[in-house]
Design a protein. Structure first.
Length: 321
């Protein structure tokens, strides 16, 4: 058991370090190539913070562990809203600009509904994966067009996302080394992380779906946690919430899409009966919060955290057998 915990912790450290190195290297390369801060924030930061989820889910899918592959995405999306948004609201009450985030919030709910529809047959096939990837490409095109040519307020938000990270490599060689090192750390870390996660699940007799939805999901969401918490400390509430929205979009459309393209993913009954609905309800709550323009207070952030604790408790006590 000690060895499995060591594998889990080492893998987690490698994933976090790899994700950070990859984002910083990619941002530095984008700056040297003249890529706009808008596109950098929209694609590189949004995709980069989801890199641990991507590598872990793809490896789990290829290794024949679909419960971890799918559970990692659903659990991350639930945790991003209830856990991370709750923590950010405790740090500072969140007052956001609805116009800057409504499009992405609608996309998160739409992606959640799309997942429910595609998973209705109890599996995500390669065609489903292609549809998810197609939806992601359509979203990126829509987002870039609306911000580049219509001066949408979310454009400034995505620029701010790319500016939240500091210590960007200055030289081309440093950027290339950082990107390559990050990729290698992600690949190696995911293997060690999965080895430890499955070992812990087997030791306690907990289904892989539960481990994927909780332990693995929280671990791979730490990059989102760090960026959102830093943004909250700096009183950049829009960036904190926008980071969560972007991550949830990439998780559902990109990560599940790529994973299903590589290997069809059966969906466990508990995810169909419980977790997908929790994900949809939490996404709808965030959309309602943004559309009403309400301020998320510290007390409400505490409620979100309590809801996440209740979700984890239900995962182990009711659906953990």
């Amino acid at each position: 058991m000690t060895l499995n915990i060591s594998y889990f912790c080492i893998g987690l450290v490698l994933l976090i370090a790899g994700g950070e190195a990859l984002i910083r290297g990619a941002l530095a390369s984008a700056q040297r190539l003249g890529v706009s801060p808008l596109l950098s924030g929209l694609v590189i930061v949004g995709f980069g913070t989801s890199a641990p989820e991507l590598v872990v889910s793809v490896n789990a899918a290829v290794d024949g562990q679909p419960d971890i592959a799918v559970g990692n995405v659903l659990g991350s999306n639930i945790g991003n809203i209830l856990l991370i948004l709750g923590l950010c609201a405790l740090i500072t009450p969140l007052t956001v600009s609805p116009l800057a985030l409504q499009r992405d919030a609608v996309t998160v709910v739409g992606a959640s509904v799309l997942f429910l529809v595609l998973a209705g047959g109890s599996a995500l096939g390669r065609l489903d994966g292609a549809l998810l990837i197609g939806a992601l490409i359509a979203y990126l095109g829509w987002a870039y067009w609306s911000e580049r040519f219509r001066s949408a307020p979310s454009g400034e938000l995505h620029k701010a996302e790319s500016e939240e990270l500091t210590a960007i490599p200055k030289s081309a060689r440093s950027a290339a080394v950082s990107s390559l090192l990050g990729l290698l750390l992600l690949i190696g870390g995911s293997q060690v992380f999965l080895l430890g996660s499955t070992g812990i699940a087997q030791h306690f007799g907990v289904p892989e779906a539960v481990i994927g939805l909780t332990l693995v999901a929280v671990g791979t969401s730490l990059p989102e946690l760090s960026i959102s918490v830093i943004s909250a400390i700096r009183r950049h509430a829009d960036v904190a919430v926008g980071n969560i929205l972007g991550s949830n979009i990439f998780n559902l459309l990109g990560i599940l899409g790529v994973s299903a393209l590589l290997q069809p993913l059966p969906i466990s009954p508990r995810m169909l009966q419980f977790d997908q609905w929790v994900m949809l309800v939490t996404s709808a709550f965030l959309l309602l919060f943004l559309y009403t323009g309400r301020r998320l207070s510290r007390a409400e952030g505490g409620v979100l955290l309590v809801c996440y604790v209740a979700y984890v408790w239900l995962s182990f006590s009711v659906f953990g057998g």
